[in-house]
Design a protein around this ligand. Structure first.
Ligand SMILES: NC(=O)c1ccc[n+]([C@@H]2O[C@H](COP(=O)([O-])OP(=O)(O)OC[C@H]3O[C@@H](n4cnc5c(N)ncnc54)[C@H](O)[C@@H]3O)[C@@H](O)[C@H]2O)c1
Length: 349
């Protein structure tokens, strides 16, 4: 299936399905007809996967970054753009990010900045990468002070979401990625019953179509794109706290799942959602065995403090909340309301 991201002259397609990575050569020929060189940015472990079989018919370099979040250290970004320069990549040539969100974030940022911008295509190989990171043009590198503090908007020429690459994904990564898919299903008012009976492919397509639509309507996250932060206020706080502890590991999608369960309860606490809505959130998350409780090691006061400093919140304590009229960004919630909802959430058996 092809899903369009409609952004005028910067529009592109996200191709979803088993085996779509084989379309890379034709995508480059179509979108970058003057390209003579291609730089594939990936990691050594991804390069060793059985599906890593790219043949684009142009002078191709394969450039490796470390796996996971390590890839987003600024020194790897600098080494990457140096490598592009050493290979004389020109503005007609193409950078291809092959990997999860960490790889595509750095490949995208390198493409955004090298020669003041060269074309990029993403082949997303994680669930989170396919439904989220590879689409929408946000790129980023981490600084010591925080995640994604260095970045740019740079839309790709196209995105290939090859479901076959997900077969080698560790089970925990795959399951965590479903946290973002459940988020999208909830935002699209799909029931837990739909999630239980629908195919993985249609769940992915629903999530990708939502992301494509929200990016098209609000590229720079001034309004509707912010709805994609559903569940993320608590999730970011949990991730921030988890970073300074050695006794807990939390994948982003797991943190989002807990954040969604909490957002439903907070919406109920402020009269926007009923018990049925809360139960629907839990049922949807349970289908994928996602966590729905804050691990006991976390301190509620620290979480509350972290939530009020969420970098995506322009005001104190901002949440995306469900409501009778749909979802909206709700700012300025009273700290005691959030604290009570959090304590009750944590007290649930
Ligand atoms: N730009 C955006 O809009 C955006 C949105 C969401 C997340 N992100 C970023 O994405 C990053 C997280 O991305 P992620 O969740 O995709 O994880 P990831 O990129 O860190 O990958 C997780 C692990 O899975 C491995 N892996 C990837 N694909 C595989 C495959 N097919 N088979 C086997 N192993 C595979 C990776 O090597 C890595 O070890 C974060 O840095 C986050 O900030 C960006």
């Amino acid at each position: 299936m092809k899903i369009s991201v409609d952004l005028g002259e910067r529009s592109y397609e996200v191709v979803v399905g088993e085996g779509v990575r084989t379309q890379l050569a034709s995508l480059i020929a179509l979108r970058a007809p003057r390209a003579e060189r291609v730089a594939i940015v990936t990691s050594s472990s991804l390069r060793a996967q059985p599906w890593f079989d790219f043949e684009v018919g142009l002078a191709t370099s394969i450039l490796e970054l470390p796996d996971g979040e390590q890839a987003k250290r600024p020194e790897h970004y600098v080494a990457l753009v140096e490598a592009l320069a050493e290979r004389s990549l020109s503005r007609h040539d193409v950078v291809v990010g092959v990997g999860g969100g960490a790889i595509t974030d750095v490949a995208g940022f390198a493409a955004a900045t090298y020669l003041r911008g060269v074309p990029v295509i993403h082949v997303a190989t994680t669930v989170a990468g396919q439904v989220d990171a590879a689409i929408g043009g946000k790129t980023g590198v981490n600084l010591r002070t925080g995640k994604n503090l260095l970045g740019a908007f740079h839309q790709p020429l196209g995105v290939l979401c090859d479901l076959a690459t997900l077969h080698t994904l560790p089970e925990r990564e795959r399951r965590a990625g479903m946290g973002e898919v459940v988020k999208c299903a909830l935002l699209e008012a799909q029931s837990s019953a739909w999630l239980a009976r629908s195919s993985f492919e249609s769940q992915m397509e629903l999530a990708i179509a939502l992301k494509a639509r929200l990016v098209a309507s609000d590229e720079r996250e001034g309004s509707s794109r912010a709805l994609l932060n559903y569940g993320h206020t608590l999730a970011h706080a949990l991730e921030r706290e988890a970073m300074v502890r050695s006794d807990v590991s939390l994948r982003h999608g797991e943190a989002v799942a807990i954040g969604l369960a909490f957002a439903a309860r907070l919406a109920r606490a402020v009269g926007r959602l009923d018990d049925r809505g809360v139960a629907e959130h839990d049922a949807a998350l349970n289908i994928f065995q996602l966590p729905t409780r804050v691990p006991s090691v976390f301190d509620s006061s620290a979480l509350l403090e972290a939530m009020s400093h969420d970098k995506k919140a322009h005001h104190d304590l901002t949440f995306v909340l469900a409501g009778a009229e749909g979802f909206s960004v709700v700012s300025g919630l009273a700290p005691d309301v959030v604290r009570t909802a959090l304590d009750q959430f944590r007290g649930e058996s």
